[in-house]
Design a protein around this ligand. Sequence first.
Ligand SMILES: Nc1ncnc2c1ncn2[C@@H]1O[C@H](COP(=O)(O)OP(=O)(O)OP(=O)(O)O)[C@@H](O)[C@H]1O
Ligand SMILES: [Mg+2]
Length: 265
Amino acid sequence: MVCGKGGSGKTSLTVLMAKILSKEFNVYIVDSDESNILLPNLLGVRPPKTLVEYVGGKRDEEVFERAKPEIIQTLSRAKGGIRLDLLPEEYVATSSDGVKLVTIGKVREYGEDCACPFNILAKILLGNLLLKEDEVVLVDTDAGIEHVGRRLEEVSDGLIVIIDPTAESMELALMLKKVAQSLKKKFWVIANKVTEDIRELLMEKAAEINLEIDGVVRFDRELYFSCLKKEELRSNIAILDLKEILEKTILAELVGKLAGRKSFP
Ligand SMILES: Nc1ncnc2c1ncn2[C@@H]1O[C@H](COP(=O)(O)OP(=O)(O)OP(=O)(O)O)[C@@H](O)[C@H]1O
Ligand SMILES: [Mg+2]
């Protein structure tokens, strides 16, 4: 799960990580952010139909909660769980590098009830996934801590927290670290949008609160402008930094994990 404060760069870095990991893995991004809508642009794909539509549309939280077994059955086209590679093609958008996007659902109407049903659905999906050996799922979450309230962390392997150079984002990272520790999940922190003049102070402030930073991604004008233009994400600096971070931390962990995982036919 990729989490962190609003605007820290979760979506941008999720897309870049997916592109990097797609060289070795079959990568899925699960868009579990119920409000932002531009992830498909950044990935360079058309928005897929949402899983909420697939399971018959949004219903009240209680109804959705009660319908869990039925929803699992609808999503499971394989025995024993949900296989993303078996979802009908209109629910999966594929980028030019082969990254696949699955979207939970979006709040679009003024006065529409809360986003809880989307979170329930995200938890059902992630909690019942059957992954093949070469499949990796990155979950782009909504800003802040809604997913903590919903305990989405329980059904993920680990948390990648993106912080920007703000005290607030570091405090949130600390809180998420405690969640990860209590659930015995993997945990990494990536500092994003870091400029040379801020770097030292940021590291100092992180050390003061005992927040270990696993890697630093520099501010990337190319990335910033492509986001502003709603174009497919372009990056020349951030992607280099991220590659290095993935190689020394997350990728190493993933390869180790995959080596020990049972494969599905
Ligand atoms: N390394 C970077 N360099 C420059 N700009 C960046 C970088 N990473 C992200 N941004 C910019 O920061 C803004 C927020 O990025 P993004 O939408 O990825 O954040 P987010 O955490 O997903 O936001 P939200 O909480 O709204 O989902 C965008 O304008 C994006 O272009
Ligand atoms: Mg986002």
